[in-house]
Design a protein around this ligand. Structure first.
Ligand code: NAP
Length: 294
C-alpha cells in the first residue's frame, strides 16, 4: 500500500513555484499577490487562512489578509471585493468559506473578478471547466489531480466513485476525472445523500474519492481490495485527551481501509496540503495571465 503523502507532493509543487517566482523577481517583476478575506473568527477558517498566508510567504508571494467582523453586512463585503478587483497589485482573491448567515455566498463568489478567481468557484470558472476550456480549477480537486499525476496513478478506463457533489469538491472532481485529460478518462459515478446502495457502488470503485464531511464514514467493507482511496474529509472531532481538545478526522476509517487499498491519502497530511498547492498554482497562473507573462 502506497501512502499518498501530501507533504511530499505539495513540497515539490511549492519548490517549482518558488523557483519560478524567484526567476520572475530577478527579471524585475513584482511578486504575485494573493488577497484573502476572512469574515469572523471561526477556528477552522482561521487555521486555513493562516496556512494559506504562510505558504504564500514560503514561496515568495505577497499575501494580505482582510479581516471583517462576524456581523459585517453583505454590502461591506461586496465593496471590499470590489476594491480588490480594482487593485492592479492584487492577482488572486479568496473569500474563506463558510460565511455568516446574513451573507449570500453565491453573490459573494460572483462578485470576484473571474480573472482573480483563484479558488475557481466563480460560475464563469465552473462553466469553463465543464467545457474543457482553460480555467481556474477549484483548489482541492486540482490538488488531487496533481497528486494522481505525481504518483503516476493510472486513471484511464477506471471506475471512479466520488461521494459528495458540492461545487467546491465533489462536482468539479467528477468533471475532472471524467474529462479527456491526463489524470482523467475515468467512468465516474457521483454519489450523494440520496444515493441508495452506496456501499455496493463504492465496492465497484477503482478510485474512491470521499468528500462528504462525515468522519470515518468509509469503512473497509465499502472498499474494493486494491482501490485508490482519496480522503478529502476534514472534521474536527472533540477529544479531551488531545492538546487542542479535538482531532482532525477524515471521511475514511484509515486504520481499516489502508491495508486493503493500493494507495491512500492520510488525514491530516494528504489532500489538505494539496489544496494549498492548487491555490498557489492558480495564483501564479492569475498573475502571469493578468500581467501578460507567458
Ligand atoms: P458539503 O458541501 O457539505 O457537501 C457534502 C456532500 O456530501 C453533499 O453532496 C452531500 O449530499 C454528501 N453527503 C453527505 N452525507 C452523505 C451520506 N451519508 N452519503 C452520501 N453522501 C453524503 O461539503 P464539502 O464542502 O464538499 O466538503 C466535504 C468534506 O471535505 C468536509 O469534511 C470538508 O471539511 C472537507 N474539505 C476538505 C478540503 C481539503 O483541503 N482537504 C477542502 C474542502 C473541503 P447532498 O448534496 O445530497 O447534501
Amino acid at each position: 500500500m502506497l501512502v499518498l503523502d501530501g507533504k511530499l507532493v505539495s513540497g515539490s509543487v511549492k519548490e517549482s513555484l518558488k523557483a519560478e517566482t524567484t526567476a520572475l523577481l530577478e527579471k524585475g517583476y513584482r511578486a504575485p499577490h494573493l488577497a484573502a478575506i476572512l469574515v469572523g473568527t471561526n477556528g477552522a477558517s482561521e487555521t486555513y487562512v493562516a496556512s494559506k498566508v504562510k505558504n504564500c510567504e514560503d514561496i515568495g508571494f505577497v499575501s494580505s489578509l482582510v479581516r471583517l467582523d462576524e456581523n459585517v453586512d453583505e454590502a461591506t463585503l461586496l465593496s471590499t471585493i470590489a476594491q480588490l478587483n480594482a487593485d492592479p497589485g492584487v492577482d488572486g482573491i479568496l473569500v474563506q468559506l463558510p460565511l455568516p448567515k446574513q451573507i449570500n455566498e453565491h453573490k459573494v463568489i460572483e462578485a470576484i473578478d473571474p480573472r482573480k478567481d483563484v479558488d475557481g468557484f466563480h460560475p464563469s470558472s465552473a462553466g469553463k471547466l465543464m467545457q474543457g476550456l482553460p480555467s481556474f480549477i477549484p483548489a482541492t480537486p486540482y490538488g488531487i489531480m496533481l497528486m494522481l499525476e505525481f504518483f503516476n496513478l493510472p486513471t484511464k478506463g477506471k471506475h471512479a466513485v466520488v461521494i459528495g457533489r458540492s461545487n467546491i469538491v465533489g462536482r468539479p472532481m467528477s468533471i475532472l476525472l471524467s474529462s479527456n485529460i491526463p489524470g482523467g478518462n475515468c467512468t465516474v459515478t457521483v454519489c450523494h445523500s440520496h444515493t441508495p446502495n452506496l456501499k455496493e457502488i463504492c465496492l465497484q470503485a477503482d478510485i474512491l474519492v470521499a468528500a462528504l464531511g462525515r468522519p470515518e464514514f468509509v469503512k473497509a467493507d465499502m472498499v474494493k481490495p486494491g482501490a485508490v482511496v482519496i480522503d478529502v474529509g476534514i472534521t474536527r472531532v472533540d477529544d479531551p485527551t488531545a492538546k487542542k481538545g479535538f482531532r482532525i478526522k477524515g471521511d475514511v476509517a484509515y486504520a481499516e481501509v489502508a491495508p486493503l487499498s493500493s494507495a491512500i491519502t492520510p488525514v491530516p497530511g494528504g489532500v489538505g496540503l494539496m489544496t494549498i498547492a492548487g491555490l498557489l498554482k492558480n495564483t501564479l497562473q492569475a498573475y502571469k495571465t493578468n500581467n501578460g507573462i507567458v
